[in-house]
Design a binder for this molecule. Sequence first.
Ligand SMILES: Nc1ncnc2c1ncn2[C@@H]1O[C@H](COP(=O)(O)OP(=O)(O)OP(=O)(O)O)[C@@H](O)[C@H]1O
Length: 654
Amino acid sequence: MSVRFVFSKSSGDAAGSGLTGDPDLGAAAPPPPGGRARPFAALAGTVRVLRLVWGVDARLTGWLGAAIVVAGLVPVVTAATVRVLVNAVLAAVAGKGGGPLDVRLPGFAFDLPAMPTGTAVVVLVAVQFTAAQLGGIAAAMRSGTQQLLQERVTQDVRARIMDHAAGLELAFFERGKSYDLLRQAQQEAAIRPVGMVSSAFGLLQNLIMFTGLAVLLVTVSPWLALLALLAPVPAFIADARHGTQAFLLSTLAAPARRRMDYLSTLLTTDQYAKEVRLLGLGGYLTSRFRLIGDRYYQRLRTQVRRRQTAAALWGSLSTVVGAGTYLYIALAAVNGRLTLGDLMLYTAAALTLQAAIQAIFSALSTMHESTLYLDQLFALLAVRPQVAAGALPVGGSAPRITFDNVSFRYPDATEWALREVSFDLADGATTALVGTNGSGKSTVVKLVCGLYQPTEGRILIDGVDLCSYDPALLRSRTAAMFQDYVTYQATVRENVGLGAVDRIEDTKAVTTAMAGADALRILKGLPGGMETMLGRWFGRGTELSGGQWQRVALARAFMRPEATLLLLDEPSSALDARAEADLFTRLADLSDRRTVVYVSHRFSTVRHADQILVLDSGRLVETGTHTTLVDKPGGTYADLFRLQAAPFLDPQPD
Ligand SMILES: Nc1ncnc2c1ncn2[C@@H]1O[C@H](COP(=O)(O)OP(=O)(O)OP(=O)(O)O)[C@@H](O)[C@H]1O
């Protein structure tokens, strides 16, 4: 499926974070191909919505459909009965009562059997009554089923987006435009399906009603029926065009909304509260929020004004047609060309028809916008990982990892994060990655995890390209802790257990993992032990210290004892000296069973590794053990080591 949306040049990253600078939304994007008035696209959109809704819950959709048909037919039956009733009464008044009841429909006319006027009136009123009762039941059924269906569709669409997002490559999230697509689909998913379902079914109901009444009007005058059909078309075309503009504006506003969300998050989330207060950023961030919001509002106001003015102007055309038709019918009735029943039919039908036309208008334009949203949703759901997943099973022993001339550039980045890196990590070896900030250490870890594919070169596991392995199996054999590990708003057990979610309820497994990360002692200070809530999002939770959180995150990595590859990115950055020493002793014990790779800036820990890789500006500049590297003249490792050791080796005299 092709993505049919045009993102303006400035809708991506150009306006930055929104914290400073001009919060312009960017130039108005040109309309998408075929994005002008498309009544048929709106109808096609209705079919797509119905298919989506049917897929979510066929039974509820069936009931809703039945209610819609009944609710749509009731006004038609009522209007038709009024004519027969009035004509029967008039015939009786004229002394010609008791004859057959003339029921005219286009293409054919038939008479109900002759009956006394009194009986006919009772029968016709009974028909009206039954229709009204059915109408009431159908309305209640429609409202109930629609409410339930809306909730189901909303949940289903959101779950589909979540599920799909979970399977997307990390790189997807790092491309501004694709992230906007996800963001907008996700944001709209909470509200859009509600409107979609009600417009689609409202449209159906009004179409049934409209067609029925138009058919009845044909019996009065085919020209009137044609007029009634054509009158709404210009208004719809005008509104559909404005609908497209509205959608384009909301697409354009996605980055602005993202920035507003971010500014709002900075002020309303506990994570940032400390620093924001200390720096006194409250007023500044709020004013930036207002500035970006105002800019969007100005554009929205212009757009809404234009749309509503056009709607009012074109809508008045229908009113003119309605009034003209009424005049024609009344005069025709006075001249005896039409019966009083015809006039009554028209009176009963006219108002309902007008209301139906207006409702069809607005439903069609909503559907037109919904179609654009659906295009976007389906475009997102059509995004597939760019690298085909392999199927090779992973061995059960510690893997050997080889980088074969690997270069890597992040999505949209111009600089290389890694350049022509080659190394070999023996199975069961412990390797430390060392280097200055930004030298590429975390990138190596992310590549080994398979979170990104090398831009050039290959990564081999036991001599086979990483891409050939079954990614799910590979992940199950990998335990990792990232530098920016997640602190889940959840209990201690959940925070640890999420490392192997199938064992989240297994207290023994969670306890063992916590023991491995020396995290059990955290429990002593917690009121609910393992069930203590951490974070404050969901009630009164406890906050941990930085080092305690890091131990919990480490314990999460240790939830996979079967993992044969352990990747730790600065696992001890927040640990005290003793905890750090303990951790690395434990890591040393793990070798043979696991291949361990860790990143560290602390040479006290690095020195124990079997192998040390030194990175500098994305290139591998040195490889060896602490002993071979520390004395290398002019070596990067030796330099960094000395810089760190100097304060301890040469204490300054007082
Ligand atoms: N997600 C990303 N998108 C774009 N560029 C990135 C991304 N992550 C890192 N980089 C860039 O890639 C380079 C290597 O970053 P990396 O995080 O691997 O460094 P590092 O050695 O782990 O640094 P540190 O010691 O500060 O953790 C840096 O120039 C960084 O700016």
